[in-house]
Design a protein around this ligand. Sequence first.
Ligand SMILES: [Zn+2]
Length: 301
Amino acid sequence: MTVHKAMRRAWVGVVAALALASAAAAAAPNDKVGFSIIRTGGRLTSESMLYQGGGKAKVDVVYSAILVRHGGQAFLFDTGLGARIDAQYGRDMPRWKRPFFHYDKPIVPVRDQLARAGLPAVRRIVLSHSHWDHASGVVDFPGAEVWVAPPERALVGKAGHGADNIWPSQVGDPGIAWTSIDFRSGPYRGFERSLDVYADGTVVLVPQYGHTAGSIGMFVTTSSGRRFFFCGDTVWSAAAIDAGRPKFWLARALVDADARATLSQVRRMEALRKHDPGLTIVPAHDGRVQARLGFFPGWVE
Ligand SMILES: [Zn+2]
């Protein structure tokens, strides 16, 4: 049986399980929780471009989406580069920024990877933040609800009117079903507020404001008990957390809305890891960390 056939069979099982679960009106305790990292594209750059004090070695900067599965349900955390990235980039990336921000070909959008594996399109997307390299694929999933933190929702409304790196070609469609995240679940692992998405502690969203006004992070505890924290673009490389370093100064100036708040989030992640050495922190663009975990159609459970 090919991998794709196996995936398809697994997914059919998942959909059937969903029907049963909804009948029971509660998730069964043995529901599988896991994720798959869908790499849509990347580019090679030297580590020194990612954080202060990084070396000259070339590293793989990836544009990934995380497909999170909880029993019969699934959502995307970020979308990577979507099917329309070339047109979006041509229209909305300012020319002077193009030497700093680009991507190599080929691009393989999430939508196409899911279809090839026989999986259904997702109905929910959660954005770590709304920058171009995270929101590009939103338009590939018409009708999906798109979750962002309230301050990020306000930023999205300013796309094309002074919001840096947030593009009307990606988020300007009036048909997008934006949903503001309500962090109503109380403090969680040092964060003042959180949203426990499935009310069982397996997937927890937290505000991580700094890189943008409404950036968020996501904790995932898989079925086997492995613990992960997806920190979006708060750092571009997990090595920056070990070193306690901010981004390369020019990058910081170009992308971090609030450099001080971003650095305090880096310190917070240092503390998180000190308290829980088994926690794996996964930055959105860190190809080294992600390759170690493996890419779609592989799963981490
Ligand atoms: Zn990014």
